[in-house]
Design a protein around this ligand. Structure first.
Ligand code: CA
Length: 226
């Protein structure tokens, strides 16, 4: 899952980037409102962490224009302003949640997991297609009685597939869910990660659709998945 972080405070930004990468998110960090607007136009992110007090363009203005343009990407507002007015405005302008600084990184991660679940249309904390389930809180994958720890990137790969069971994801789509802008991606990185997940959970967990990409089965097809 790929996150856009919009934060002009260097120390907070650096700390959040580290925490997000440790938690297996791909993260891109911009430091002003204009850069945020340009980044959002690319439509590459599955969630946005948006500071309100920003140079060049206020965070509320970024949010207002984003929603006006019909972009429904989940936005968590992060702000030092704990004034109730800003919080209400943020929610009115279409924020999905908010965090007041200083916030605990674990709370931020929990809110991101909730946003990811809602986006995948799943209310349960486990992401599952009936064959394999993934616990975003622990990064453990379950299959039958098997419980396995995935690496951060294996987790990001399987999460991207489980958020859209039955959909074929291309190599570029998977890379975009796993890596941020500044990260070097080896040409065979996705194959390597898929090999790792299959070795741990069974070769049939991820299906290759020749020439198109990869998918996991939909829940109803799980029992007789190939
Ligand atoms: Ca700020």
């Amino acid at each position: 899952m790929r996150i856009l972080l919009v934060e002009d405070d260097r120390m907070i930004g650096e700390a959040v980037v580290v925490a997000l990468r440790d938690a297996a998110y791909a993260v891109d960090w911009v430091q002003d409102g204009a850069a945020a607007a340009s980044a959002l136009e690319l439509g590459e992110h599955q969630a946005v962490l948006l500071d309100l007090g920003l140079p060049k363009r206020d965070g509320l203005e970024v949010l207002r224009r984003l929603r006006q343009a019909g972009n429904a990407v989940p936005v968590i507002v992060i702000t030092a302003r704990d004034g109730i007015d800003d919080r209400i405005k943020g929610l009115d302008f279409g924020a999905d949640d908010y965090l007041v600084k200083p916030f605990d990184v674990n709370e931020l991660l929990a809110r991101l997991r909730a946003v990811a679940r809602r986006q995948g249309g799943q209310a349960a904390p486990l992401l599952s297609n009936g064959v394999v389930s993934l616990d975003p809180a622990t990064r453990e994958a379950h299959r039958g009685d098997l419980v396995l720890q995935l690496s951060a990137r294996e987790f990001a790969l399987l999460q991207a597939l489980l958020l859209r069971p039955g959909a074929i994801l291309t190599r570029a789509e998977l890379e975009s869910s796993i890596y941020g802008w500044n990260e070097e991606v080896e040409s065979n990185a996705v194959d390597f990660l898929i090999h790792g997940v299959r070795r741990k959970l069974g070769a049939d967990v991820i299906r290759n659709v020749r020439g198109a990409g990869w998918m996991v089965d939909k829940p109803d097809k799980g029992k007789h998945g190939q």
